[in-house]
Design a protein around this ligand. Structure first.
Ligand code: ADP
Length: 492
């Protein structure tokens, strides 16, 4: 089976968060099921640079008025189609924002063009290669199935929602510029509270909708978590599935991690302590060897609740702990974190920036990872934490609620607890969870048990890969049986 995966980021070429980790590791998991994935990504400078030797497959003369070259190559086992369109992608900054942190003003076009190119490939633009199924991810590639259906291409499509907060919402004035007929602007199509939404278009036209945990699949059916799209999802609930993310066991392995001064595994957990001093040095924190190190590696946004960590820093620090935060995002929250850290020299450090080696070092040397998200589709940081012997302190929401087992009495006696959960998601809730974690840290046996139980937890792609493969196969099978086939929406 041949899959075209369409994504705005993919590890190790370009990453701003969990989306890249998933699109970068899922192909390997699917290969075990005889599924070959080819990933289409924009030709950002970093991607072009790492692509190296590539074959030119095709020139697109007119994608919404833009020219683009389709290149093909391989990087670390990934089969890549790169859409090289310098006018859209060759510029400073990240995939979505410029060097000053502002959204690229033409993001609508950058990702509509990516989607249009994907739709043309699905329809057979590449001689000799046609995918059996297309997998799109989030709003950035959601328009793929809109264009496919518009052009009469009925290849099955799976869309995965990695985070419903990002919806690709734009003015309806763009409809003609997107090359769409006026009917596209209607309530059962792209229309979205007076605007249009790329994600809504994808949800309306894909055959199956998945999201990254069963809990989040239930949550997004409610107004609180559905963020305006709950109505659309309730209408399509029969094709909505939750499949929890796996982790890449090669990229995140404390036994081989080249970013760690000292590697370790469950049989040699004591060696983890040798990463402690290098971590404290890296962040200029006091060198004494007592007290737990609580850390957060996260986008700094309201979603992630990191502001609550600033408000509860005193709980950790007054009880002998230290805090390390690595992340970037919302300027006001960044400032409040920096201001809090300045009140606790030697005890709290904040690194504003995005830095993969540092993220690994923090997981390797810290004792606890704090993830107080207000909503969390799946969350990967807590899964890496489990593997690296860090004890997660998390809010009970989305994927966090189903991947971490709270250290209550029952779970401790059953020897299954892996971390600390809190609910409701408030500053006081976090404060109490931090207090419980601090108390547990004072009992070395209990702490070691939590670490051990966490390290034994399996969040490989094995099971999730199987679930995606099953979704693909059942779709492909239905598509090949027109009589009993998929409910085909004639979109236009
Ligand atoms: P999200 O995708 O919502 O940002 P996830 O927990 O699913 O959250 O994935 C976050 C990924 O991004 C993890 O791989 C984490 O290590 C990484 N990450 C987040 N912030 C940083 C940062 N500042 N530096 C390095 N890696 C980061």
């Amino acid at each position: 089976m041949k899959i075209l995966s369409v994504t705005s980021e993919i590890y190790p070429l370009i990453k701003t968060g969990g989306l890249a980790d998933v699109t970068g590791s899922l192909p390997k998991a699917l290969a075990a099921h005889g599924i070959e994935t080819t990933s289409l990504v924009p030709g950002y400078p970093k991607v072009i640079e790492q692509l190296g030797q590539a074959t030119t497959l095709l020139e697109f003369e007119d994608l919404l008025g833009e020219r683009a070259t389709l290149r093909h190559g391989h990087v670390e086992g990934l089969d890549l189609l790169v859409l090289d369109a310098p006018t859209l992608y060759d510029r400073p900054g990240g995939p979505y924002v410029d060097q000053h942190g502002k959204d690229h003003p033409d993001n609508w076009k950058r990702f509509a063009v990516l989607s249009l190119a994907a739709a043309e490939i699905a329809a057979g633009a590449l001689p000799g290669w046609v995918p059996d199924l297309v997998h799109t991810h989030d709003w950035q590639s959601a328009m793929t199935s809109v264009y496919m259906r518009q052009n009469g291409c009925m290849t099955p499509v799976v869309i995965t929602i990695h985070n419903i907060a990002f919806q690709g919402q734009y003015s309806s004035d763009l409809v003609p510029l997107l090359g769409l007929p006026p009917e596209a602007y209607s309530v059962d199509r792209l229309e979205y509270f007076g605007d249009i939404s790329f994600l809504k278009g994808g949800l309306q036209t894909a055959d199956v909708i998945t999201t990254v945990s069963p809990t989040y699949a239930r949550e997004i059916l409610t107004p609180r978590f559905g963020m305006g799209l709950n109505g659309v999802l309730n209408e399509r609930v029969e094709v909505l599935r939750g499949i929890v993310n796996g982790i890449d066991l090669d990229v995140w392995d404390p036994a081989t991690d080249e970013f760690l001064p000292q590697t370790f595994d469950i049989a040699n957990l004591r060696r983890k302590r040798e990463n402690r001093q290098p971590l404290l040095d890296r962040f200029g924190l006091d060198a004494d060897d007592k007290g737990p190190i609580f850390a957060a590696i996260s986008r700094i946004t309201w979603q992630k609740g990191i502001d609550m960590l600033a408000d509860t820093a005193d709980e950790v620090i007054n009880n002998g702990g230290r805090i390390i935060i690595v992340g970037q995002g919302d300027h006001a929250i960044e400032q409040s974190l920096l201001e809090t850290a300045s009140r606790y020299p030697g005890r709290m450090a904040v690194h504003i920036g995005y830095d993969e080696p540092t993220a690994h070092l923090v997981q390797g040397g810290a004792d606890a990872i704090v993830q107080p998200s207000r909503f969390e589709p799946c969350g990967l940081t807590q899964l890496y934490a489990l593997r690296y012997g860090c004890v997660p302190v998390v809010s009970r929401t989305g994927g966090l609620s189903e991947t971490i087992i709270d250290a209550n009495d029952a779970a401790m006696s059953a020897r299954v607890a892996t971390g600390f959960q809190f609910h409701p998601v408030t500053t006081n809730g976090l404060r109490l969870a931090l207090r419980r974690a601090l108390h547990a840290y004072e009992q070395p046996k209990m702490w070691a048990r939590l670490q051990n139980q966490g390290m034994k937890t399996k969040f490989s792609w094995e099971r999730s890969g199987q679930q995606y493969a099953a979704v693909y196969r059942s779709l492909a099978q239905k598509a090949s049986q027109p009589a009993t086939g998929l409910r085909r929406l004639k979109f236009w």
